[in-house]
Design a protein around this ligand. Sequence first.
Ligand SMILES: N[C@H](CCC[C@H](N)C(=O)O)C(=O)O
Length: 277
Amino acid sequence: MQQQTPPPNLPFLKMHGLGNDFVIIDSRGRDAVVTPDLAKAIGDRHCGVGFDQLAEIRSSEAADIDLDFWNSDGSRAGACGNATRCVGRLMLDELGRDEVTIRTERGILIARDMGDEVSVNMGHPQLMWDEVPLSHPVDTEFLPLEGEPVAVGMGNPHAVFFVEDIKAVDVPGWGRKVEFDPLFPQRTNVEFAEIRSRDEIRMRVWERGTGITLACGSGACATAVAASLRGLTDKKVRMEVDGGWLTLEWRDDGVWMTGPTQLVFKAEFDTSFLERV
Ligand SMILES: N[C@H](CCC[C@H](N)C(=O)O)C(=O)O
């Protein structure tokens, strides 16, 4: 990928998908500007702007736009459902259409206008051990770890634990330990889910490369798939995360996720700051 030096004042949007917190940079019509160092500098909540993920929009030959995701530790995320919904909202409004296409690392995703909400088809779950990926062949529906989580890939790795009482779970303690377990060669996102009924789940998340967040779209998809695989829920569920509610539906054409998006503010990042860190 061609990379160019960011302009001294780099415009960005702050958007939220259920409190999942994003910086969005529009690099259409130029080379990409985001590097691991720039992502870390902007992502620093004390010296930068702070975000859960940074999404960089780029010109696309295959879809309406290309979209790349970065975590606040400077690592890349292969998927980010809530940022895809946020950028989907921008593109739906800009193009005045009720459907747009967004190419991410995992392929071309469709975002659909649902009035106050945006739906995204996050694609088919990856259920084979080497697709997630895991370090060696195991039963992905019952991983050989304490708590026997389900492993699901959604373009990024997830380990989904089913728990009796979500309030009793030490999310950072348990999440960090699992993120770095050698079973996950690319580390993993970690979800803790309490089943409330066949169509309702409460979920909390520990995100790879970021930590606790108020929501995680790909994690919500992975959790809905895991619950359905285990026979705990139907294929369509409402899910309460720390930041609000999502609707998930595992259909023949992929996992659809629907929820609200919010534009928080527009600003510019002074990239001369980079020389001082
Ligand atoms: N918040 C994102 C997921 C980020 C996943 C990222 N932490 C990774 O390294 O895979 C979402 O809405 O899907």
